[in-house]
Structures are given as C-alpha cells and as structure tokens.
Design a binder for this molecule. Structure first.
Ligand code: F6R
Length: 254
C-alpha cells in the first residue's frame, strides 16, 4: 500500500489525477459521492488539454429503485461529472441497472460485464463505517456484485444529498462486491476529513476483517491511499508513510 498524506484534499486530488493519467485510454472503475469530485475536475482539465482520455468506465454502485431522472442517481451524477469531458460517452459509461425488474439478475449481469472488460484502475471513496463500494460491515470479503442493504450510518452520511432526510436515501443498492473490486489492476482510494480517520486507520493498520470491509485492500498488490491530514490523523506510522511517499513518488507531492 502506498499512502500519500496531503495538506489539502485539492493537493490529493491533483496527485490522484497524475496516477490516473499515467494509465491513458484505460478502463476505469468510478466511485460517486463527494470524495472523487476534485479528481474528476482534474481529469476534465487533463482531457481538455489532451493529456487524458478514458476508454470506458464502470460505476461502483447504484441505488435500487431510484427514479431514473433523480439528480442523485449515480448514473446521473457520473453523466454530469464525466460524460463528454473525459473521453466517455453514454455507451462507454456503464452503471448497474437500479431499476431492473430483477435487481439480483441485474447485479450478476453487471458483474459479468466488468469481468469481461477488466478494470485497469478502480477509484474508491471510503465510508465512515469502512465500506468501499457499498459493501457494508459483516459481508463476504470475496463477494461479487450484489444487492446490498445500506447501513443506517451510510443513510445518515448520505442524507446531505437527499434534503438531509436519511429516510429519503434509498435503502438498497447494487454494488460491486469486494471480490469484484479486488480484481481491478490498481486501486486508488481517496479519503478526506476527520469523519474518515477511524476507517483510514483500520484500512491501513487494522486487521483484515469483515467488520471493516476496506481492510481487504491490504491483500491487493497495487493500492494507493491518498488522504488529507485530518483523515490520516489516527495513523500510528504516518511518518514512515510520508518518508516512503516522498522517496517513491516525489513527483506526486503536488
Ligand atoms: C460511492 C461509493 C461509496 C462512497 C463512500 C464515501 O460510489 O461507493 O463507497 O465512496 O460512501 O462517500 P463520500 O465520498 O460522499 O464521503
């Protein structure tokens, strides 16, 4: 795991963009939520300058039963952020079908499509409860894309996108499984703010456990974890990570 600790989330987003841009014309896995927005802004700039173009992208997750026109549906969020501005088109941006009559079958079909395409680089955010994708605590560490029930902490965390009403946040979603995510060649996780500090500590220094699903990333051979100072506040070996990052990635110090 390579851990980059940055003064601000903007600096981390610029360093993250450099990592993505080094893989031109790649198949990306893309997260939603607020964390990757700075990175997506950097990728749009890079596309405008001709420095980057994604060949296709697969979303991590989608709410089940959300209205197709709802602005917080993840397909719509990703269309706004990425479509026509990073090389992606409506045909090359893939999302799970949260409105399928049979969400279980839709999840399986999505998993098959991801496996066939192969994700070069998976962008991840981190839930305050340690979820990646929407793999909530207590699930299988080798799960495939599946229907998941959102933890109440997650519905509270995401209420800010739904008029501050946790009840308005859909209760279920289709998410790439941990086993699916782990098949991406590179994992790039961003985490910002004090609310992520406990999860970051488990992710980097905790025991691998379904209680903190993100800890499965310790078993992946190429992982970048980019944080701001607040999210890194609980790391016991922060000084070592800083030294390692500046030795290996001085060009990414932003
Ligand atoms: C979103 C996703 C989630 C979020 C996580 C953090 O597609 O899979 O794991 O990355 O809930 O959300 P934010 O970035 O809003 O704090």
């Amino acid at each position: 795991m390579d851990i980059g600790i940055f003064h601000t989330s903007d600096e981390a987003a610029r360093a993250a963009a450099q990592i993505v841009i080094e893989k031109p014309h790649s198949t990306l896995g893309v997260a939603t939520g607020s964390t990757p927005l700075g990175l997506y802004a950097e990728l749009r700039k890079a596309w405008q300058d001709g420095r980057f173009s994604a060949s296709s992208a697969y979303a991590l997750d989608e709410y089940v039963g959300i209205d197709a026109d709802h602005p917080e549906g993840y397909r719509n969020v990703l269309r706004r952020e990425l479509l026509g501005q990073t090389g992606l088109t409506g045909e090359t941006l893939h999302t799970p079908d949260g409105n399928a009559e049979d969400p279980v079958a839709a999840a399986a079909a999505y998993d098959f499509a991801i496996g066939a395409a192969g994700v070069d680089l998976q962008i991840l955010g981190l839930g305050s409860d340690g979820h990646i994708g929407f793999n909530e605590p207590g699930g299988s560490l080798v799960s495939r894309t599946h229907v998941e029930v959102l933890a109440s902490t997650t519905r509270h965390d995401n209420a800010r996108f739904f008029g501050n009403d946790p009840e308005a946040v859909p209760a279920t979603c289709i998410t790439q499984g941990l086993g699916t995510i782990m098949e991406a060649k590179v994992l790039l996780l961003l985490a910002f703010g004090a609310g992520k500090a406990e999860a970051v500590t488990h992710l980097v220094e905790g025991a691998v456990s379904a209680a903190w699903p993100c800890t499965i990333m310790q078993m992946h051979p190429e992982v970048y974890v980019l944080t701001d100072e607040e999210a890194a506040a609980g790391l016991e070996h922060a000084d070592l990570y800083r030294e390692r990052w500046s030795a290996l990635h001085s060009e990414r110090r932003a």
